[in-house]
Design a protein around this ligand. Structure first.
Ligand code: TXA
Ligand code: MG
Length: 313
């Protein structure tokens, strides 16, 4: 059920959970003033309690209320990328953010979304925690309709149109010496070079036996449609069935094509990715071959990682 900005603020300020757009993906939002509403997010998504949530802020000045320390280059990163699809993990002051949201960690993840409607909402509500608005393990939502499909037509969603980026924010963590990428996202690691003087390393995949996982969410199943995805470095000429691929390539005749855009345009592919994974299921496709013949750098890395996770639940 699509609701207005005023209704959205009212529902959040009275302790309800609603769907909210951002430039990356839709979020399932609750105010940090309502721990019960935060608990509802975990219940609604079927999300493990040890997977913390990102705190979304309206403006840069709010950060000092919550963060205990600001690591080197924090100001530079925030100035360059906020509002935008960058999430920074920072040590937090005690009792400022409910432990349900931080999963009891001494840090919290923060970002300022680049979506006017959402920042206006944030000004009316204060900080909102928002995981992606999808059932745990499933593809994220990039439109209000996707949110309704997952949580029901009576579930309230603020409709902000299709998400411009289409994949989640990039998460950076300060390890004491340097920033490292703990989740690939809409900003490519190389894009930080001019601001940091180095390209942040991508952390090793989180393992379940780590005492404190760098990015708890990376332990869990993600982005998977019901359809089985078969990742192919080359699509062979005799293949039959459904193919997720690119508009400027030729594929075997009689295949059902799901087009990510032009193979030179990772932004378009990111924008289309989750909608296509969802479409496979709404069209009852049981398995699809995915054309993985694209580069190993930039935003393509994020696409590769998302598809690998989606294919290996
Ligand atoms: O683009 C996005 O980031 C979207 C939109 C709605 O803002 N949100 C999003 O949230 O992707 P979610 O919950 O699907 O993913 C958040 C990730 C999880 O992997 C979680 O483990 C990690 O952020 N995270 C949250 N707090 C953390 C912390 N204190 N330390 C390390 N990782 C953290
Ligand atoms: Mg998610």
């Amino acid at each position: 059920m699509k609701i207005s900005l005023e209704q959205a603020a009212k529902r959040l300020n009275s302790g309800h959970v609603i769907g909210v757009p951002t430039e990356t993906v839709y979020g399932l939002a609750a105010s940090i003033k309502f721990p019960e509403a935060i608990a509802d997010i975990f219940r609604l998504k079927g999300r493990p309690a040890n997977n913390p949530l990102i705190v979304h802020l309206a403006c840069f000045e709010e950060i000092i209320v919550y963060a205990k320390q600001l690591p080197a280059h924090f100001q530079i990163l925030a100035k360059a990328f906020w509002p935008g699809p960058l999430t920074l993990v920072l040590p937090v002051r005690e009792h400022q953010i409910p432990s349900a949201a931080t999963a009891g960690l001494s840090t919290a993840a923060f970002r300022i979304p680049d979506h006017n409607l959402t920042r206006t909402l944030l000004k009316a509500t204060g900080p909102l925690v928002m995981p992606s608005a999808n059932l745990s393990g499933k593809p994220s939502s990039t439109s209000a309709t996707h949110v309704e499909n997952d949580f029901g037509h009576d579930f309230s969603v603020l409709d902000g149109g299709e998400c411009v980026k289409g994949v989640e924010s990039t998460i950076l963590y300060w390890d004491g010496l340097a920033w490292i990428v703990i989740r690939l996202g809409a900003i490519a690691p190389e894009d930080f070079l001019p601001f940091l003087g180095y390209t942040p390393k991508i952390s090793e995949p989180t393992k379940s036996d780590q005492a404190i996982p760098l990015c708890p969410g990376q332990l869990y199943r993600h982005y998977s449609p019901k359809a089985k995805l078969l990742l192919c470095n080359k699509i062979s000429n005799d293949l039959q069935g459904a193919i997720v691929g690119f508009s400027n390539r030729s594929y075997p005749k009689n295949c059902r094509l799901f087009i990510l855009g032009n193979s030179q345009d990772p932004h378009c592919a990111a924008h289309e990715l989750y909608a296509i994974l969802r479409k496979l299921d709404s069209e009852n496709i049981e398995q699809a071959f995915v054309d993985m013949d694209f580069p190993n750098y930039g935003l393509w890395l994020t696409l590769k990682e998302r598809l690998q996770k989606a294919a290996n639940p």
